[in-house]
Design a binder for this molecule. Structure first.
Ligand SMILES: [Zn+2]
Length: 383
């Protein structure tokens, strides 16, 4: 059976404390262990309080205590007016920061404008902290027009141009301030040339995409199938194929899940009202294995090494190598996917579609998961 470095997922919304009924540390980290993910980094929003202050981080740490089946790190949040929190949050151990350029969906985490970025970026650039960016510009988003049950109308409301203008803004900001910028969940392949050019220029820009953008196509999404709703939206089939090419060429650095569940009731209704978020933390390796058709050799780069480096964890995580933590996922190409451990099982993926499953997961040399069974107690650490 293939043996891989434990996966590092740098885009996970745990939502505890405050919205623990959406997803919590216990269920998310068990799902991670069952999916071969040995390190995850929690996003600073959807929990209450948000991780935009030292107080917010301490609430997270208190909530996580004794509940983590894998190692967990935290991103801090950049929101309007919290520039003074950046340095204290770094001192308290956040691995970097996240901001939104468009409304995030929750009131506790407002989006930033270019003026806010101009305040925050020097504070981030000085210590070399990375800024993760949800890159869509609100001025280019539109209300859904037409039937809100029709996915095409949702897709049209969040055009590619909203991503492009946001990424262009972040490239300019990176150039001006010398700041490390990471574009989360790239959905539009039309931005690839711009990203390629920025990197040729030597700007410290990295990019991730998600399994759902590499798997689904807007043409196939049925009327009212709101389990597919996420932002930016899943785009057309031809776009998906170009994302794959960019990933294979290394222009897209990594794959992270953006695991962002909510109670199933919030996913019902139409594409306007439903919560945007897709649960896939436990499934990411199975998804990638299926699409890579056995070329599992690329997955450690996209799903372990590059994300570990993004989070500054490369001296401990991201590879099987002397001196690093012995975090290991054992893949069984004919294994059967175990029961989902996510708090809510709703996902657009159909588990029966996946050949193969994680056979066993080791965290710092200890077996924490094997074929649906877990170790006797959680052994995850806070990073
Ligand atoms: Zn997210």
């Amino acid at each position: 059976m293939p043996v891989l470095p434990g996966l590092v997922d740098t885009h996970v919304h745990i939502n505890e404390p405050g919205r623990t009924d959406w997803e919590g540390f216990w269920t998310a980290t068990r799902a991670a262990a069952a999916g071969g993910v040995t390190t995850l980094v929690d996003m600073p929003l959807n929990s209450v309080p948000a991780t935009t202050s030292v107080e917010g981080l301490r609430a997270k740490l208190a909530a996580a205590g004794g509940q983590c089946w894998v190692d967990v790190g935290f991103w801090g949040g950049v929101v309007p007016g919290n520039t003074a929190e950046i340095e204290p949050l770094l001192k308290e151990g956040v691995l970097g920061f996240k901001c939104f350029l468009t409304p995030s969906g929750v009131d506790e985490f407002p989006h930033v404008t270019e003026a806010d970025l101009r305040q925050a970026l020097p504070e981030l650039a000085r210590p070399g902290a990375v800024l993760l960016v949800h890159a869509e510009l609100p001025a280019l988003l539109k209300p859904i027009s037409g039937n809100p049950l029709d996915y095409r109308n949702y897709l049209n409301s969040r055009p590619r141009s909203a991503e492009h203008e946001a990424i262009a803004l972040m490239i300019r900001c990176s150039r001006t301030f010398g700041a490390r910028v990471h574009i989360v969940h790239l959905a539009s392949a039309d931005a690839i040339p711009m990203i390629r050019q920025a990197r040729a220029e030597g700007l410290p820009l990295t990019v991730e995409t998600c399994p759902h953008y590499l798997t689904f196509a807007s043409e196939d999404i049925a009327q009212g199938a709101t389990e597919f709703k996420c932002a930016p939206p899943i785009r057309e089939r031809e776009n998906r194929e170009r994302l794959w090419t960019a990933l294979e060429e290394g222009v897209i650095d990594m794959v992270a899940t953006d695991h962002s569940p909510c109670p199933p009731g919030m996913k019902s209704g139409d594409f306007g009202g439903a919560w945007g978020g897709i649960a896939s933390l436990q499934l990411s390796l199975a998804i990638m294995w299926k699409h890579c058709l056995g070329r599992l050799s690329a997955c450690p780069t996209w799903m372990s090494r590059a994300p570990a480096k993004l989070a500054g964890l490369q001296r401990r995580k991201g590879a099987i190598a002397p001196g690093l933590d012995a975090d290991i996922a054992v893949w069984n190409p004919v294994g059967k996917l175990a029961e989902l451990q996510h708090r809510h099982k709703l996902t657009p993926y159909r588990p029966q579609d996946f050949p193969g499953a994680v056979e066993a997961t080791f965290l710092r040399g200890q077996k924490i998961y094997e074929r649906g069974h877990f170790a006797s107690a959680p052994q995850g650490a806070i990073l």
